[in-house]
Design a protein around this ligand. Structure first.
Ligand code: NAD
Length: 372
C-alpha cells in the first residue's frame, strides 16, 4: 500500500514537538502534541472529536498534553506528557485505514509519544494502531497490556475520598457518610460499589437510567436527578462525568464540604480553585486523585513488564500525595489546585536541572582524563 501520510511540524512555544498528520487517502487529520519528556516518554490517550477547526483541535491537544505532564509528574509514573487528537465524527470516519495511518504517525515520533485509549477510541482501535507501531499502551491483559484502567482510577478516587474524609472529619471511614456521584459510567459505578461496600450512603445521577436502576438493585444506590446531584446536601460530591463543571454559577450552590471525583479539568478556570477554598470546600485536585489509571498503564513500562501488585502499591500513595497538597495549601494559603500545579512544575524543573547537572558533571573524554 502506498504511504500517503504527510507529516508537518507545528511550532508551539513551550512544547517539545507538535505534529500534524494528514492522509487524504483515508481522511486522517490528526495532531500529536508532545509537551514534555523530561521525566520519560510522553504517554497520553488518543481522542477522536468532531472539532470545528484545526485551531480548536490544537487548543484541546495542547491543554490535554500539558495536563498529562502534570498528572504523571505528581503520580511519579516515570512518564512525560503528550496527547493526540483525530479530527472527525466517530460515527462517520472510523476505519481500519484511518487507524493504520494514525499508527504510522505515532511511529514517526520514534517512541517520544506513546498512545492509549481516550474519548471515542477503544482497545479495538488501539489493536489496529498496534499493527503500525509498537508505541501503544493500555491493550488487553491477554495481549501483554495492563487492561481497562477504569477500576484502578476508581480505586484511587475511593482512597482519595477516604483521605478527604479523614482530613475534614478526623475519621476516614465512609461508613454512614453521604456521597453524591455525578456520572455512574466506568469509573463512577466502580467507585459507587466500593463506597457502598464501605458503608456509605451513595446517591448517583446519570443520563443512562438503566445503569442507575442496575446499581440501585446491585448496591442500593439511590438515584438522583442530574439537576440535584450537584446541589444536594452531602459529605462528598464526586464528579465522575464531565469537566468544567466548577464555575461562578455552580460553586455557590454546592452543599458539601468535599469535592473529590474522577473527571478531568473540573475547574472551568484556575481561579475557581480559590473560589472553592473561600467557601470552605476541600478540593482534591482532579489530576492527582484520578491518576490510578495512568499509574496502572505506566507499570507496563517497568523492566519486568506489567505487575498489578506494583500498580496497586503506587495507587495507594494517592492519599499521601493529596495530604501533602492540602498541607501546602494550608501553610501557604493557596488553593490545593495551585499547590498541585506548583508541585508538578517543580518536579519537572528539578528533573530538567538534574539532567543538565549530570551532563555537565561528566568531564569530556580526553581533556581531563575523564571516564575513569
Ligand atoms: P464514562 O463515559 O464511562 O462515564 C461517564 C458517565 O457520565 C456516563 O455514564 C454518562 O452517561 C454520564 N454523564 C454524562 N453527562 C452527564 C451529566 N450531565 N450528568 C450525569 N451524568 C452524566 O467515562 P469514565 O471512563 O467513567 O470517566 C469518567 C470521567 O473520569 C471522565 O471525565 C474521564 O475523563 C475521567 N477519567 C477517567 C479515567 C478512566 O480510567 N476511565 C481516568 C482519569 C479520568
Amino acid at each position: 500500500m502506498t504511504n500517503t501520510l504527510q507529516i508537518t511540524d507545528i511550532p508551539v512555544a513551550g512544547y517539545e514537538r507538535v505534529v500534524r498528520g494528514v492522509d487524504p487517502s483515508c481522511g486522517l487529520h490528526a495532531i500529536i502534541a508532545v509537551h514534555d519528556t523530561t521525566l520519560g516518554p510522553a504517554l497520553g490517550g488518543l481522542r477522536m472529536w468532531p472539532y470545528a477547526s484545526e485551531d480548536e483541535a490544537l487548543f484541546d491537544v495542547k491543554r490535554l498534553s500539558r495536563g498529562m505532564t502534570f498528572k504523571s509528574a505528581v503520580a511519579q509514573t516515570g512518564l512525560g506528557g503528550g496527547k493526540a487528537v483525530m479530527i472527525g465524527d466517530p460515527k462517520k470516519v472510523k476505519s481500519e485505514a484511518l487507524y493504520l495511518a494514525m499508527g504510522r504517525l505515532v511511529d514517526a515520533l520514534g517512541g517520544k509519544y506513546i498512545t492509549a485509549e481516550d474519548v471515542n477510541t477503544s482497545v479495538g482501535d488501539l489493536e489496529i494502531i498496534r499493527r503500525a507501531t509498537k508505541y501503544v499502551a493500555g491493550l488487553e491483559r491477554k495481549d501483554g497490556g495492563s487492561g481497562n484502567p477504569s477500576p484502578y482510577t476508581a480505586y484511587g478516587v475511593f482512597l482519595g475520598i477516604k483521605a478527604a474524609l479523614g482530613w475534614t472529619f478526623g475519621n476516614d471511614s465512609p461508613k454512614g457518610r453521604t456521597v453524591a456521584i455525578q456520572g455512574t459510567g466506568a469509573v463512577g459505578s466502580a467507585l459507587a460499589k466500593r463506597l457502598a461496600e464501605a458503608g456509605a450512603k451513595v446517591y448517583g445521577a446519570d443520563k443512562n437510567v438503566e445503569r442507575l436502576k442496575q446499581l440501585e438493585k446491585e448496591i442500593g444506590l439511590i438515584p438522583a436527578s442530574e439537576a440535584d446531584v450537584m446541589t444536594m446536601k452531602c459529605d462528598v460530591f464526586a464528579p465522575c462525568a464531565l469537566g468544567a463543571i466548577l464555575h461562578d454559577q455552580s460553586i455557590p450552590k454546592l452543599d458539601t464540604p468535599i469535592v473529590a471525583g474522577a473527571a478531568n479539568n473540573l475547574l472551568l478556570e484556575p481561579r475557581h480553585g480559590k473560589m472553592l477554598a473561600d467557601r470552605g470546600v476541600l478540593y482534591a485536585p482532579d489530576y492527582v486523585i484520578n491518576a490510578g489509571g495512568i499509574i496502572n498503564v505506566s507499570v507496563e513500562f517497568h523492566p519486568g513488564g506489567y505487575d498489578e501488585k506494583v500498580a496497586l502499591g503506587k495507587i495507594e500513595r494517592i492519599p499521601q500525595a493529596l495530604k501533602e497538597l492540602w498541607t501546602i495549601s494550608k501553610e501557604e494559603r493557596i488553593p490545593p489546585s495551585d499547590a498541585a500545579d506548583r508541585l508538578a512544575e517543580r518536579i519537572v524543573a528539578d528533573a530538567r536541572g538534574a539532567k543538565k547537572t549530570t551532563s555537565c558533571a561528566v568531564p569530556p573524554r580526553g581533556r581531563t582524563g575523564g571516564g575513569g
